[in-house]
Design a protein around this ligand. Structure first.
Ligand SMILES: Nc1ncnc2c1ncn2[C@@H]1O[C@H](COP(=O)(O)OP(=O)(O)OP(=O)(O)O)[C@@H](O)[C@H]1O
Ligand SMILES: [Mg+2]
Length: 385
């Protein structure tokens, strides 16, 4: 078998040598680099079979190094492992999203495990691919109104943008006959919205057109495509352009969150079928859970697999109602997230157009929104492989 060359990029000489020794013992050929620039030069000369790098480099950040490496076409076939001196979930997410095979917090033990897992990593084919051409698509859907679908879509979107700083996030409001996210986040919806975009010629609705025109409402960090501002305007919506709008949004942004509300229709179904994750928002009352069960059965019949469904139980209406276990039993689906009842606080934050995590940074709901954002992104990355 041909000897695999492993490039080790690490500014710390002792740790670099320790890893090199472990690698050599297993008959790997090792190339050393003490900075990102040096690592890039090694790759320039000859593509290694594998790259292992420490994130604490004197010249470039982890993401900058990854971007530099990705400029080499051959590197797309090379697994890349990140060693970090501290656990940093945001950095981990960014590196894995960029195509790194593993992210480890560095220790002697971890380095031994890593060396043992090289044959598996080489086989698995997780490569330092270029950023995907299509962003992740998350649709937010509910079987009944008032379950908090729009509030969660906006707040989870904000948390994604905040905790995945290397990624771009957009939210689109496709609820008909009128959207609510623009008013929730305090943004103007009159001049640029779903209806005005759909009015454009097909060839004008490009990723660049959206990037140039979608604004970031203050405090919310994501780019917003507001929905139809009122029913009169919605009547004129060129629905035939919606698939093109969604497609261009996915080309323009890493994560696209779409509020569909209750609008399950010929327009929304293909979007749901295309989504990486279908977030089903339900409240704890029996009637909503039963409606959600019907909706889920319908989606299943339309080819949506349960692994793509992300049910969220939101206690929007109070403390009473079904427990998580009771709701799961009816739905025959695992509830992925529980949002606590926030009494009037959620409405207060909404009325002030402020994200929950800004208005109530120590509230459990703030933690839950962050958890939702991270779990959804991790799940989607894993599913795409
Ligand atoms: N966990 C919660 N605790 C308290 N209030 C909540 C909670 N979640 C949502 N709410 C409140 O419920 C109301 C409805 O929220 P939202 O508009 O997001 O729901 P929706 O499902 O999008 O409704 P619609 O069917 O009108 O689109 C809002 O006033 C919001 O503040
Ligand atoms: Mg809504």
């Amino acid at each position: 078998m041909e000897t695999v060359t492993v490039l080790v990029i690490d500014a710390d000489e002792a740790s670099r040598n320790f890893l090199a020794q472990l690698l050599q013992k297993k008959n790997y050929k090792v190339k050393h680099a003490s900075s990102a620039q040096e690592g890039v030069r090694v790759v320039e000369e000859e593509t290694p079979g594998m790259v292992i790098f420490d994130t604490k480099l004197p010249d470039l950040s982890a993401m900058e190094l990854i971007e530099r490496l990705q400029k080499f076409p051959d590197i797309a076939d090379v697994p890349c492992v990140v060693l970090s001196s501290k656990s940093d979930p945001e950095e981990m997410q960014a590196c894995l999203h960029a195509g790194c095979a593993e992210y480890y917090v560095k220790s002697g033990m971890v380095m031994m495990t890593l060396v043992d897992s090289i044959p598996r990593l080489l086989m698995e084919g997780k490569r330092l691919r270029k950023r995907s051409e299509k962003g992740f698509l998350f649709t937010f859907l509910s079987a009944k109104g008032g379950t908090g679908t729009s509030s969660l879509c906006a707040n989870i979107g904000m948390n994604m943008a905040s905790h995945l700083p290397q990624s771009t996030v957009a939210v689109a409001d496709l609820v008909l006959p009128m959207g609510s996210i623009a008013s929730l986040v305090g943004s103007d919806e009159d001049t640029f919205n779903l209806v005005t975009v759909a009015d454009q010629q097909t060839d004008k609705i490009t990723a660049d057109f959206l990037k140039d025109n979608l604004i970031v409402p203050s405090h919310w960090l994501f780019h917003l495509l507001p929905g139809a501002p009122n029913p009169e305007t919605a009547i004129n919506l060129q629905v035939g352009h919606i698939p093109n709008i969604v497609d261009s949004m996915r080309k323009a942004y890493d994560y696209v969150l779409i509020d569909l509300g209750r609008s399950l229709s010929r327009i929304s179904l293909p979007i749901i079928q295309d989504a990486d994750l279908v977030v089903l928002v339900l409240s704890t009352d029996l009637s909503t859970v039963n409606h959600t069960k019907k909706l889920w059965h319908y989606l299943k019949d339309q080819g949506i697999d349960s692994t793509r469904v992300f049910p969220v139980l939101n206690r929007a209406v109070g403390l009473e109602g079904l427990t998580k276990a009771e709701a799961e039993k009816i739905l025959e689906l695992e509830i992925k997230l529980m949002v606590p009842y926030m009494m009037g606080n959620f409405t207060l934050a909404n009325n002030q157009h402020t994200p929950i995590s800004m208005k109530f940074p120590t509230d459990t709901a703030t933690m839950v929104m962050k958890q939702a954002a991270m779990e959804m992104s991790q799940k989607a990355i894993k599913m795409r492989g």
